[in-house]
Write a protein that binds this ligand. Structure first.
Ligand SMILES: Cc1cc2nc3c(=O)[nH]c(=O)nc-3n(C[C@H](O)[C@H](O)[C@H](O)COP(=O)(O)OP(=O)(O)OC[C@H]3O[C@@H](n4cnc5c(N)ncnc54)[C@H](O)[C@@H]3O)c2cc1C
Length: 606
C-alpha cells in the first residue's frame, strides 16, 4: 500500500479557509507574492519530500548511523536529501530577498516542513536544527559573525545544532557545567560535555556550527549566568575557507528507539586546549536568546508530532478500507461476504479519534505559526503584541498536546492494523517509535506544565490568559450564529469557565504553597491542552458550518467531495467535544481539591 503524505485538501483548508493566508499579501513583506507562489512552494516541498525523504524513511530506521572512532556514516540517501532540500532553497526561504531568501511567510514554510517531516522525520531533523541555529545567529550575531556563518548555513555547506543538554543537566539548565574562559583575542575557550546533541556529528556538510550554552568563569549562579556561543567543528578563516579542527570531539553516538537517522551525540568540548567559541550577543543572556530557538523549535516539535500522527491516520484509514474481516453484529449469515474493517463501529471510533488528534494537532500548530507570523508582520504594533502574547501563552500546549495525542494517534493506528500493526513490514510501528520522542525533548511534559501554570498564566498580570479567554468567547459568539455550530456553544462555554476557575484556584495557592499548587501541573497542562484543542476544532467547525450552510450541506452548491470534507470536519469536532473535552471535569475536580497522592508518596514507600 503506497504511503500518501498528509492531505493536500486539508493543508489548503488550513491555509486558505481557516487562516486566511491570502490576506498576508496585503502586508508589505509579501506584496510580491501570490497564492500561486505559495502553492508552487508547497508543491516543490511535497515533490522533494516524496522523492528524496520518503524513499529512505524505513531504510534509515533499520540502518542507523555508525561511528568508527573517526567518522560518522549515514546511508547515502541522507546526503542526497540534504542536498535536494538545500538546492530547493528551503534552508534560506524565510530570509528577505536581499539576504538571499525567498521572503516566504512562516505558515507556508511550516506547511512545507510538514511534508518533509511526514516523509522522514529523522532526516528532516538536520535542516530543522540548522535553520533554527542560523536564525539565532541572524537575530543576535554581530555583522562579522553573520557574514562568516550565515551564507554557508543558508547554502547547506554548514549545518547547525543546539547544544544545551549535558550528561547531568537536561530539564534544569540553570545548573549546566560547561564553562567558557575568555581568551586574549576576544574569543572564548569552552570546556565541558554535551549529551543528546542532535546532528552533533554527521557526514552531510563541510562544517557543523554548534550553538553552545556555557557559563563564563565567574558568572552569576542559575540561568542568569548562562551565555551562548558559536562553536564550529572546524574553525573558519576570514576568507570563509575552513581552518583547523576545533577542540570539539565526538565521544560517541547514542542508539535510539526512533528518529534513528538523526545522529544523537555526546560531544566533548575542550579535551585539549579548549574549544574556540565566539560569544553570541551579550554575556549572561544566552538562555533568553536560546528561548527564541526553543520557542520556534517547540512549534516545530508539535508539528512533527502532528504529522507523524497524520501519517499513521492516513495509513490505517487506507488499510481499514481494504482489509476484510468479520461481519456486522446484525448479520448472522456465515456465508455472506466479510465486511472491510472500516464497517465496524469500533474501528471507526479509532479512526475518528486519530482524525481528531492528527488534524486537530496540525491545525493547532498552523494556527500557532500564523500567530508567529502576525507577531512579526501584522500591520499595527498592537496586533503584533497581541499575537505574541497569545502565542507565548499557548506555546507549552502547542508543543505538548500534539506530542501526547499524535503519539496516541499512532498507538491507535497500530491497533487498527491488528497484528500487522505490530510488525515492521508495516510503517505504523515506526511512526509510534519516532513519535515517542516528542513528549520528551524540547522540554518534557512536566516542564511545560510547570511553565504554563507557574509562569505563563500569570505573566503580564495575566494579560495573555485573559486574551485567550476573550478570543475563545469571540469564537463561541460566532458559533451561536451558525445553525451547524450551535451544538458547540454550551460545551465550550462550560469548559472555558472550568479552565478559568481551576486556574484561579491553583494560582491563588502558588504564593502560599508552590509545592502543592504545582504538584499536579501536568494534569493542568492536559486540561488546558484539551480546551485549546476544542477551540481549534471549533474554529475548523465554524468554517465547515459556514460552507455547508443549513441542512448539513444538502442545499449547498458544493460538490459531493467538498460536502464530505466539511462534514468530516464537523464530525471530528463533534467527536472531540463529546468524547475528549468532558475529560476536563474530573481533571478540574482533582486539581481543585489539591489531591496529594503523588505529593505525599514517600521514596521509601515504593
Ligand atoms: C533523541 C533526543 C534528541 C535530543 N536532542 C537534543 C538536542 O539537539 N540538543 C539538546 O540540547 N538536547 C537534546 N535532547 C535532550 C532533551 O532535551 C532532554 O533529554 C530533555 O530536556 C530531558 O532532560 P533529561 O534527559 O536530562 O531528563 P531529566 O531532566 O533528568 O528528567 C527526567 C524526568 O524527570 C522529570 N523532571 C525533571 N525535572 C523536573 C521538575 N523540576 N519537575 C518535575 N519533573 C521533573 C522529567 O519530566 C522527566 O520525566 C535530546 C534528547 C533526545 C532523547
Amino acid at each position: 500500500m503506497s504511503q500518501r503524505l498528509l492531505n493536500d485538501r486539508d493543508i489548503d483548508f488550513l491555509l486558505y479557509e481557516l487562516l486566511n493566508t491570502e490576506a498576508l499579501m496585503q502586508r508589505p513583506r509579501y506584496q510580491e507574492h501570490s497564492r500561486e507562489v505559495f502553492n508552487a512552494t508547497l508543491d516543490t516541498a511535497k515533490t522533494v519530500a516524496e522523492k528524496y525523504f520518503a524513499n529512505h524513511n524505513a531504510k534509515a530506521d533499520s540502518n542507523e548511523p555508525t561511528f568508527d572512532g573517526d567518522k560518522v556514516t549515514l546511508i547515502p540517501e541522507t546526503k542526497e536529501a540534504w542536498n535536494a532540500f538545500a538546492e530547493a532553497g528551503f534552508l534560506a526561504a524565510h530570509y528577505d530577498f536581499e539576504d538571499g531568501g525567498m521572503q516566504l511567510p512562516e505558515v507556508i514554510l511550516r506547511a512545507a516542513m510538514g511534508y518533509f517531516s511526514a516523509a522522514n522525520i529523522a532526516t528532516t531533523g538536520y535542516p530543522f536544527l540548522s535553520i533554527g541555529s542560523a536564525n539565532l545567529i541572524n537575530s543576535f550575531g554581530s555583522d562579522a559573525q553573520k557574514a562568516k556563518f550565515l551564507p554557508p548555513m543558508q547554502e547547506g555547506r554548514f549545518a547547525g545544532t543546539m547544544a544545551l543538554t549535558e550528561p547531568g543537566q537536561g530539564s534544569a539548565l540553570a545548573d549546566i557545567k560547561t564553562t567558557a574562559k575568555p581568551a586574549a583575542d576576544g574569543s572564548y575557550r569552552l570546556f565541558g560535555q554535551k549529551m543528546f546533541i542532535s546532528g552533533g556529528d554527521q557526514s552531510l556538510t563541510d562544517n557543523i556550527v554548534h550553538m553552545v550554552l556555557a557559563k563564563i568563569e565567574g558568572a552569576p549562579a542559575g540561568t542568569k549566568g548562562i551565555s551562548l556561543f558559536i562553536c564550529p567543528k572546524f574553525l573558519v578563516n576570514d576568507d570563509g575557507s575552513l581552518g583547523e579542527r576545533n577542540d570539539v570531539a565526538l565521544a560517541g553516538l547514542l542508539h535510539k528507539m526512533g528518529y534513528r537517522n538523526t545522529t544523537s551525540t555526546v560531544l566533548s568540548f575542550g579535551e585539549k586546549d579548549g574549544a574556540v567559541g565566539y560569544l553570541l550577543g551579550e554575556p549572561h543572556k544566552g538562555l533568553n536568546y536560546m528561548f527564541q530557538m526553543m520557542n520556534e523549535a517547540r512549534i516545530g516539535v508539535g508539528m512533527g508530532a502532528a504529522v507523524l500522527g497524520y501519517q499513521g491516520f492516513n495509513y490505517s484509514l487506507d488499510y481499514a478500507r481494504e482489509r476484510p474481516q468479520g461481519r456486522l453484529p446484525s448479520n448472522k449469515n456465515p456465508e455472506s461476504k466479510q465486511v472491510n474493517i472500516i464497517q465496524h463501529a469500533d474501528v471507526r471510533r479509532m479512526l475518528l479519534a486519530q482524525k481528531a488528534y492528527a488534524e486537530g494537532a496540525l491545525a493547532m500548530c498552523m494556527f500557532a505559526s500564523s500567530l508567529f507570523e502576525d507577531s512579526h508582520t501584522a500591520e499595527t504594533e498592537q496586533q503584533r503584541q497581541q499575537a505574541f502574547l497569545l502565542l507565548d501563552l499557548i506555546t507549552p500546549m502547542v508543543k505538548s498536546w500534539p506530542s501526547k495525542y499524535g503519539l496516541k494517534a499512532n498507538e491507535l493506528a497500530i491497533q487498527v492494523l491488528g497484528g500487522s500493526g505490530y510488525i515492521r513490514e508495516y510503517p505504523v510501528e515506526q511512526y509510534y517509535r519516532d513519535n515517542r520522542l516528542n513528549p520528551i525533548h524540547e522540554g518534557t511534559e512536566a516542564i511545560h506544565g510547570l511553565d504554563v501554570l507557574g509562569r505563563k498564566v500569570l505573566l503580564n498580570k495575566g494579560a495573555g490568559f485573559k486574551l485567550f479567554l476573550d478570543s475563545l468567547a469571540a469564537s463561541i459568539e460566532q458559533a451561536s450564529q451558525l445553525e451547524l455550530a450551535k451544538e458547540f456553544v454550551t460545551p465550550l462555554n462550560n469548559a472555558l469557565s472550568t479552565l478559568a476557575e481551576t486556574t484561579r484556584v491553583l494560582t491563588e495557592k502558588l504564593g502560599e504553597d508552590p509545592e502543592l499548587s504545582l504538584a499536579n501541573a501536568t494534569v493542568y497542562l492536559d486540561l488546558f491542552g484539551r480546551v485549546l484543542a476544542s477551540w481549534i476544532w471549533l474554529k475548523q467547525a465554524l468554517v465547515a458550518a459556514e460552507k455547508l450552510g443549513t441542512n448539513n450541506g444538502q442545499a449547498s452548491q458544493l460538490h459531493e467531495t467538498e460536502v464530505n470534507f466539511y462534514r468530516g470536519k464537523l464530525q471530528a469536532a463533534r467527536y472531540y467535544f463529546q468524547w475528549e473535552l468532558p475529560e476536563i471535569y474530573p481533571q478540574a475536580e482533582l486539581l481543585q481539591r489539591f489531591d496529594r497522592a503523588p505529593l505525599d508518596m514517600q521514596d521509601a514507600w515504593f
